[in-house]
Design a protein around this ligand. Structure first.
Ligand code: NDP
Length: 297
């Protein structure tokens, strides 16, 4: 029997544990605050931001949302971030990517106060993660780590093949899994579009994490018997549905499920964990900035 790893259930439990931490903060007169900044009229970005705000409201985090005209000068975004950095009621600042072409996205990432960088993308926080002393673990890789833990997948000594080397998923996940920590100690192979003989690398792995953004590119023939499969991909493909599309992962689920000992579905796998870990980072940020200790799940 293949274990279908239920990201919705794991994320729900995490949110419930976080509510307890938020109550502890409330007892000390602290309400965690997360500011989201949107400089885009892309419908997908609008949806992501409104989901993040809804998640905050549900657990008792104060959501602050700022929208900036996509045609406004870049300085308007930097000034907004500077104001939020200086606001003691705001513990986390997140600028929804992508920003318009006339704004330098690296500059935006650097503009966020590293103490409030709940995405974990500021170079200082990236450096800390690589050095094994993370302040904020980026949400998706952290969510993957928590999912593996919840599914009792042992990473210590495991061969893990990650497909995708982006700064938001593949690279930070590789860095987390190689650390000398309880949920690390793995041997990681990090693959990308120039990797030769990808199937050999995935077939060799105890755990395969797919984060390439290519619909269903990993199938059962590329997996070892009993492998654990984590599908990060979220891809819209045309389909005969009301919306005209459906969401599929980077893994061809049916053939992969036949080989895997455990697998995450899309949707309902990594996606809800990413959202939950943003709340986690916001609570951690509030706790650190106010000096009120809380237990984090
Ligand atoms: P990027 O496009 O930034 O990175 C994709 C990576 O995959 C790159 O390293 C690229 O290689 C590699 N790649 C692409 N095509 C191939 C291929 N055919 N063979 C081998 N490697 C390939 O994507 P993201 O990391 O931002 O996102 C990846 C996927 O995860 C997307 O579907 C995205 O929607 C999803 N996602 C899901 C999240 C969630 O919460 N579940 C959160 C974030 C992303 P190269 O570097 O050589 O170009």
């Amino acid at each position: 029997m293949t274990d279908i790893i239920d990201g919705d259930a794991v994320a729900a439990e995490l949110r419930s544990d976080l509510r307890a931490s938020i109550e502890t903060l409330a007892d000390a007169g602290v309400r965690p605050g997360l500011a989201t900044v949107l400089m885009s009229d892309d419908p997908a970005s609008e949806t992501y931001v409104s989901m993040k705000q809804r998640d905050c409201e549900e657990v008792g985090i104060e959501g602050i949302h700022v929208e900036i005209d996509p045609d406004a000068p870049a300085e308007e975004l930097y000034d907004t971030v500077a104001d939020l950095n200086a606001d003691p009621e705001v513990h986390g600042v997140l600028v929804q990517m992508p920003v318009p072409d006339h704004v330098d996205d690296r500059e935006v990432v650097r503009a966020v106060d590293p103490q409030k960088d709940v995405d974990g993308f500021h170079p200082e926080n990236v450096g800390r993660l690589v050095a094994g002393n993370p302040r904020f673990k980026p949400c998706t890789p952290h969510g993957v780590q928590k999912l593996l833990d919840a599914a009792d997948v042992e990473t210590e000594g495991a061969d893990v093949t990650i497909l995708g080397r982006s700064d938001i998923v593949g690279k930070p996940l590789a860095n987390l899994l190689v650390q000398k920590t309880d949920l690390g100690n793995a041997t990681v192979t990090l693959c990308h579009s120039r990797t030769e003989d990808l199937p050999a690398k995935t077939r060799d792995a105890d755990v395969v994490v797919a984060a390439a953004g290519v619909p269903e590119m990993i199938d059962g023939s590329m997996l070892a018997e009993g492998a654990v499969v984590v599908d990060v991909g979220i891809n819209r493909v045309e389909a005969d549905t009301d919306k005209g599309y459906e969401l599929v992962g980077d893994v061809e689920f049916d053939s992969a499920e036949e080989k895997a000992s455990a697998i995450t579905p899309v949707p309902g796998g990594v996606g809800p964990m990413t959202r939950a870990m943003l709340l986690y980072n916001t609570v951690a940020a509030a706790s650190r900035q106010t000096g009120v200790d809380v237990e984090l799940p």
